[in-house]
Ligand binder design. Structure first.
Ligand SMILES: *Cc1c(COP(=O)(O)O)cnc(C)c1O
Length: 436
């Protein structure tokens, strides 16, 4: 057997020192967000009530590189650089000549990429003198990531978790508590919005829209509190570019002529942006020719079936309007297992790149996703997150269509671990999972 790479591990002093801001390199400028009241482009001042100054600066920045503060980098070093794997055993299982690599973010404290952004968000809030963070969470990955980050900087963290998930996924709430967060099921008795919803719909199992209303209200009513978002916005996507920067470096160590395909799952767009934007830079500068494919669930196909237009980020229509591919802010997707992919829109920067042809997109049904996830787990020994399975399934489609003897180099973004998604795997294996 040749001495080929299985794991490509960078030294821990090779954690990136800067985030990459793709806005500086885009051939055409993305459309600005609009004020929900006036319909005019948003001014930095409009965001001052919501975010600390450094976050606002990053959200609107056109600077190519932004330094990662040392205290953030120090915490990143708990799990970064994350490993890049060559999937030799999956290649064998598929009987393919393709070279398959995957970048694994499941090694983070909460088992997903989300801590790459929760840590800087907590840090900048600490600098601004805030003592408390609030947020909503669906399946719980973002809530856990923010609880971990808040604790690291001595902040408290209140999380409103959609009641249906709170009840069906008790381990995620336990995880948030271990990291020092306070979790309540939404709608709750703690906010006006929650109490009103409970009175109107006594049996409701909640929704992300309801949980956002509660978390935003709680932050608005407390001058020391700030609301945090786990995806979609420019600064969140930029924080995630540590993933792609490391992957560019790791693949360069692998004696490959260049990357041919990159597959990543897309909900709000943060892990896709994080792994792909540094490769878009490679493409724009003529160093590589990577085809980037966003893999979204058929149940919530914002890129492949949505419209490119201004829409609200939330269900209630309170946030700024964002130019994005959207299914409409009142779109309610079916209750598929990949909770992190059930967002009605797509990050404006990812939408812009898709519109400009810099990335492509496909939609994948959840049974196809889990078939791929189970095959991956059996070959590679890692159980991927439900969301990540969509990226793996996208790659398998490409690999199965590869003519014999060709050796495309394929990278899969495995955004997280599926150990807390095991009920979904049971559902798939027992044959009761619908293919929506
Ligand atoms: C939240 C989450 C996603 C989806 O969010 P994006 O912003 O699209 O990345 C994907 N994978 C995992 C593991 C997640 O936790």
């Amino acid at each position: 057997m040749p001495e080929e790479h299985y794991r490509v591990i960078l030294r821990d002093d090779e954690v990136p020192t800067q985030w990459y801001n793709i806005v500086a390199d885009l051939p055409t400028p993305p459309a600005p967000p609009l004020h929900p009241g006036t319909g005019q482009p948003l001014e930095p001042g409009d965001l001052a009530a919501l975010f600390p100054p450094q976050i606002i600066e990053q959200e609107m920045s056109t600077q190519r590189w932004i330094d990662i503060p040392d205290p953030v980098r120090e915490i990143y070093r708990l799990w970064r650089p994350s490993p890049l794997y060559r999937a030799h055993r999956l290649e064998k299982a598929l009987d393919t000549t393709a070279h398959i690599y995957y970048k694994y973010e499941g090694v983070s404290p909460v088992g997903s990429h989300k801590t790459n952004s929760s840590v800087p968000q907590a840090y900048y809030n600490m600098l601004a003198g805030n003592t408390r963070l609030t947020t909503e969470t669906g399946a719980g990955q973002w809530g856990a990531a923010l609880a971990f980050a808040a604790e690291a900087f001595g902040l408290s963290c209140d999380i409103w978790q959609v009641r249906a998930s709170y009840e069906s996924k008790p381990y995620r709430a336990a995880e948030m508590s271990v990291f020092g967060g306070t979790v309540v099921a939404s709608p709750s008795e703690l906010t006006q919005a929650g109490r009103a919803l409970r009175e109107q719909f006594p049996d409701t199992t909640g929704s992300l829209g309801m949980a956002i209303s509660e978390a935003v209200e709680a932050a608005a009513g407390d001058p020391q509190a700030s609301y945090c978002l786990g995806s979609v916005l420019n600064h969140v996507l930029m924080h995630q570019t540590v993933i792609g920067q490391e992957a560019v470096k790791q693949l360069a160590l692998c004696d490959e002529p260049g990357l041919d395909y990159l597959f990543a799952c897309a909900g709000g767009g943060s892990n896709l942006a994080g792994i792909s934007f540094p490769f878009i830079r490679e493409n724009l500068e003529g160093r590589q020719e990577v085809r980037i494919v966003a893999c979204e669930p058929s149940a919530c196909p914002s890129l492949t079936e949505g419209e490119f237009r201004y829409d609200f980020g939330d269900t209630a229509g309170m946030t700024p309007q964002l130019k994005m591919y959207t299914l409409g802010h009142d779109f309610v997707p079916a209750a598929v297992h990949a909770g992190g992919l059930r967002y009605h829109g797509m990050a404006p920067l990812v939408s812009h790149c898709y519109h400009e042809g810099l990335i492509g997109a496909i939609a994948i049904g959840q049974r196809e996703a889990f078939e791929a996830g189970v095959m991956f787990a059996r070959a590679e020994g890692i159980i991927p997150a439900s969301e990540s399975n969509h990226a793996i399934a996208g790659a398998l489609r490409q690999i199965r269509a590869t003519p014999a003897g060709e050796k495309p180099v394929i990278l899969i973004g495995v955004s997280g671990s599926g150990l807390l998604d095991l009920p979904a795997y049971t559902d798939y294996l027992s044959g009761t999972m619908p293919n929506t």
